[in-house]
Design a protein around this ligand. Structure first.
Ligand code: DX5
Ligand code: ZN
Length: 218
């Protein structure tokens, strides 16, 4: 029996009130806070960096789950460790030396995650499974919240769950996860669900509770 972690993405929060927003999602029962870091180069959008992680860290006890959509990654690893990131996830597509990057993340005292874009096959992370704590499957093209879930992702999640076997690795799904798609990804084997617009919809985190009840019913 796998316990599902809920990781609200603050990409859909009120940017003028991050402290209050993360306290609210923690109060609603979020397990992790998902922080989407974008560089306007690896993805066509800009968000925030280690300073934001440092600023929100004292507001909550939840795990800081930081998703880097940046290239290169290595020059920023120490800054995220110092800021208080618990999990640092880099994209397998972000550079030619993902294995070195994952080692550096663990070396800096964090859990290491590897993310795959929708167009990247599950096999791309097979050689990395002994060196990661988390695999993040993108179920939309990274860059923006509020996009439509790509259903081909379901088979990829199932394939990755099989490949992971009995290793202690979280399988996280990110993009278009809502009350309709959450049960599908959980049944396919995901154990960590990122949700941006489904949690912050309408500018209110009240939706998170509804969301949580649905997850509990899976
Ligand atoms: C997209 C980000 C996601 C995004 C999810 O690049 O990685 O975390 O915020 O947002 P929703 O849940 O709205 O698809
Ligand atoms: Zn993300």
């Amino acid at each position: 029996d796998r316990q599902i972690k809920i990781a609200p993405s603050i990409l859909s929060a009120d940017f003028a009130a991050f402290g209050a927003e993360v306290r609210a999602i923690e109060a609603q029962g979020a397990d992790w806070v998902h922080v989407d870091v974008m560089d306007g180069h690896f993805v066509p959008n800009l968000t925030f960096g280690p300073q934001l992680v440092k600023a929100i860290r004292p507001h909550v006890k939840t795990v800081m789950d930081v998703h880097l959509m940046i290239a290169p990654v290595d020059p920023y690893i120490d800054a995220f460790a110092d800021a208080g990131a618990d999990i640092l996830t880099a994209h397998v597509e972000a550079g030619p030396h993902i294995h070195r990057t994952l080692q550096a993340i663990r070396g800096a005292g964090m859990k290491a995650g590897v993310a795959l874009n929708p167009g990247t096959p599950a096999e791309a992370v097979a050689p990395l499974l002994d060196d990661v704590d988390l695999v993040l499957v993108m179920s939309v093209n990274p860059g923006f919240g509020g996009q439509k879930f790509i259903h081909a992702t379901i088979d990829k999640i199932a394939a990755l769950r099989e490949m992971i076997g009995d290793r202690e690795i979280h399988l996280e799904v990110d993009g278009g996860v809502d009350v309709a798609t959450a049960p599908l990804v959980a049944k396919a084997g995901a154990d960590a669900l990122v949700a941006g617009s489904a949690v912050f919809r309408g500018g209110s985190v009240d939706e998170a509770q509804i969301y949580g009840e649905n997850i509990a019913a899976i």
